[in-house]
Design a protein around this ligand. Sequence first.
Ligand code: HEC
Length: 154
Amino acid sequence: MEQRLTLPLVAFALVVASPAAPAEGGPLYSYDPPLTPELRARLQAANAEAGAQVFERKCSTCHDGAKDGKPSKGPNLWNVFDRKAATFTDFKYSDAMRASGHTWTYATLDYYLSDTERAVPGKTMDLAGLRSAKMRADLLVYLRTLNDTPPALP
Ligand code: HEC
């Protein structure tokens, strides 16, 4: 009787304890987030004016977005699209950001801003992220305007 019970119990325990399939993602030095149809749709529906307000509330204490603006607590964000991470001159980036190796695009910015520590573990930017996917899309269509040649909307 005891043996007959043990086997199913062990099998059950194994199933319960086995780890879930690894979630997609990880640090940007080893993960290149795709420009998904979901993100495209979100950007198409986004609102740059709402994004300007997000920037004002969530970013402007540390980032200047003006052309020829000065670095502040964070680097200037003019021309951040298509910038290789950690290459704005006059700013001392963390080793983590310098080693991240990616370029800022719609996909990498959306991914970074959703969870900054997951994307760049050890970064010194003191903002965990923006949980709202809509808020991130609004912000991105605003950020694209801070550019000598704003990138096309995907
Ligand atoms: C509390 C200050 C602070 C806030 C708030 C903040 N940042 Fe940052 N940000 C930083 C710092 C510091 C760095 C440099 C990080 C590093 O070197 O690890 C940085 C880096 C970045 C970078 C990388 C730029 C590059 O040249 O590679 C981007 C993009 C960025 N921030 C966007 C934003 C956006 C968008 C917001 C608002 C949602 C924001 N940050 C809010 C301080 C901040």
